[in-house]
Ligand binder design. Structure first.
Ligand SMILES: Nc1nc2c(c(=O)[nH]1)N[C@H]1C(S)=C(S)[C@@H](COP(=O)(O)O)O[C@H]1N2
Ligand SMILES: [Mo]
Length: 311
């Protein structure tokens, strides 16, 4: 089993950089104004707030995608396949009480209540890119902590080589599950060293509030160097296994969606190029970066692997 050795974070990544290109907004933040002050008041339903300490090691030198776009342009097939379907149809999702069952090849299998899970480690704000396989991308201030914190607590056995994520399966709440566009429940997976990588974020919120339902409330993963579909939403199960799990997208199209699905501008999707992407809210397309810009941090995970064969 490949053991993850943390890559030293280069000095350029540690030096705090402006979070925004827009100088005025940056100066407001630098002057100590809270992010809340920069957003429309309607966004800040008091009970939905979630505080996170900014982690300057995890940011990108690009403008944030506006909250409105992050929460209205979504993929969440449990609520329909249109980009605006999740925001329209996910309102009734019941996100409390909520449990996440952690099982399989672990010494301490456990059912975590959401509130217990959220208190397991300090919630950080991390600004990550998220790039969909459909060649659009966003920059989002996520709130959560490294999934590794949870994995360490449950103590994987020597046999645990993969981690599977299982989303909620409830057609009464998720109208999209009345169709068979994907095999339900939505399943995704990572190799255990990918899951242990500090960048892999167990995510509870964005933009200073709890996750809106359409973004995967109440808990999801965000794996920033992989195509968006690896970042499973509304997770109810995490299973450790010796064998590579079969994911919903692999079942839907094995020649189009591989297990690894690393963002890679040099490996095209079966039906389109991955060389460029459209940042939501922008007109001109940008060049897609290797591993979505996280090459320095994650390339070592794939040393010696043929990334064309393992797409
Ligand atoms: N359960 C579940 N998780 C999911 C999806 C889904 O359809 N169901 N879509 C994936 C895809 S394709 C993308 S691009 C991201 C989108 O996350 P966002 O809506 O927060 O931008 O969620 C991923 N996680
Ligand atoms: Mo996606």
């Amino acid at each position: 089993m490949p053991v993850y050795k943390p890559t030293p974070i280069p000095a350029s990544e540690i030096t705090p950089r402006p979070l925004f290109n827009d100088r005025r907004r940056f100066m407001q933040i630098a002057a100590g104004a809270s992010l809340a002050a920069l957003l429309p008041p309607s966004v800040w339903a008091a009970d939905n707030k979630l505080a996170g300490v900014k982690n300057p090691a995890y940011t990108v030198p690009e403008e944030l995608t506006p909250y409105k776009d992050v929460t209205s342009y979504n993929n969440f097939y449990e609520f329909g396949t249109g980009k605006d379907d999740p925001a329209k149809n996910a309102g009734g999702l019941k996100t409390r009480p909520w449990t996440v069952t952690v099982e399989g090849e672990v010494k301490k299998p456990q059912v975590f209540d959401l509130d217990t899970l959220m208190k397991m480690a300090a919630i950080e704000e991390r600004i990550y890119r998220l790039r969909c396989v459909e060649a659009w991308s966003m920059v989002v201030p996520w709130l959560g902590f490294s999934l590794a914190e949870l994995i360490k607590q449950v103590q994987p056995t020597g046999k645990a080589k993969f981690v599977e994520f299982i989303s909620l399966n409830d057609a009464s709440q998720m109208p999209g599950q009345q169709t068979s566009v994907l095999a339900w429940p939505y399943r995704e997976g990572l190799r255990i060293d990918e899951a242990m990588h500090p960048l892999t974020l167990l995510t509870f919120g964005l933009y200073g509030e709890l996750l809106p339902n359409q973004n995967g409330a109440p808990v999801r993963v965000v794996v920033p160097w992989k195509y968006g579909f690896k970042s499973a939403k509304s997770i109810v199960g995490i299973r450790f296994a010796e064998q590579q799990p079969v994911t919903s997208w692999m079942l839907a199209g094995p020649s189009e969606y591989g297990f690894y699905s690393n963002v890679n501008p040099t490996v095209d999707h079966a039906r389109w190029s991955q060389a460029k992407e459209r940042r939501i809210g922008e007109f001109f397309r940008r060049k897609t970066l290797m591993f979505n810009g996280y090459e320095q941090e994650v390339a070592a995970l794939y040393t010696g692997m043929d990334l064309k064969a393992n797409f």
